[in-house]
Design a protein. Structure first.
Length: 248
């Protein structure tokens, strides 16, 4: 990272062996791999050295120092090797928005309904985490992930306000996510005396080089076949995944 600010704070308790002082360094993610950045300890400013064919960039600004502070030289060099870069290209990278609200006065039915609505209206994922709030009250945190689109974010925020009892929602933007490529493969099972005629969609997850990482049969479709053909659900799903592995 490239430091942009330094903060210092002292606590009220005195320790025998060390000072009760906390230092926080705020910085930005470092993305250009060929730039070396140095901090001038005397002036509290920064100087940036780049390759001949690169323009100067990524200045370090607002680095504050207190009298007597020792500011060590910071050098940012190439952060990834060729092997690391090749590995990172195996999956998709994007950013998402995370919405969350603490709720202690809603019924389980209301919370479950809210999750269904969020998923039906564009949320990538939605889930609930049990928590304990002030005064020892058991409660839940309603979480929602969505793409970084202002319109979609506004729609989901409005939905959380309308369909739950929350008065405030925390918004965390630019949440980094790595994801595999996904596609569906249709297989036909030997159990065909059902409304699906034995057909099941299997989700295939793979790297960008087409290496298959995992397979997962669609649960709802397997459930229909298991119920109507009187076959154990675990047998239906495992058979579907086995047939899919033979095709990939």
């Amino acid at each position: 990272m490239v430091p942009i600010a330094v903060g210092l704070g002292a606590g009220t308790k005195d320790f025998e062996k060390h000072p009760n002082v906390l230092r926080l360094i705020l910085g930005d993610c470092y993305t250009q791999t060929h730039t070396n950045t140095e901090i001038d300890a005397d002036k509290g400013t920064s100087a940036t050295a780049t390759n001949d064919n690169e323009e100067q960039s990524n200045h370090i600004e607002n680095v504050s120092t207190e009298p007597g502070d020792k500011v060590e030289e910071v050098k940012v060099s190439k952060v990834t090797s060729d092997t690391d870069t090749e590995t990172c290209q195996l999956w998709n990278s994007n950013t998402l928005t995370h919405l969350e609200a603490n709720i202690d006065d809603a019924t389980p039915e209301l919370m479950a309904h809210a999750i269904d609505l969020l998923l039906e209206n564009g949320a990538i994922d939605a889930w609930i985490v049990p928590i304990v709030m002030k005064k020892g009250r058991p409660a839940h945190t309603l979480n929602c992930l969505c793409h970084d689109e202002k319109t979609k974010e506004s729609d989901l925020l409005a939905m959380m306000f309308r369909h739950t009892t929350t008065l405030g929602i925390r918004i965390h933007r630019n949440i980094a996510r790595a994801s595999l490529q996904r596609r569906f493969l249709k297989v036909k099972l030997p159990y065909q005396d059902n409304s699906r005629d034995g057909e099941v969609d299997v989700k295939v997850s793979s790297f960008k080089n087409d290496e298959v990482v995992s397979l997962k049969a669609e649960f709802d479709q397997c459930k229909v076949i298991a119920k109507e053909s009187n076959v154990p659900l675990k047998v239906v799903s495992s058979t579907a995944e086995r047939l899919a592995w033979e095709l990939v």
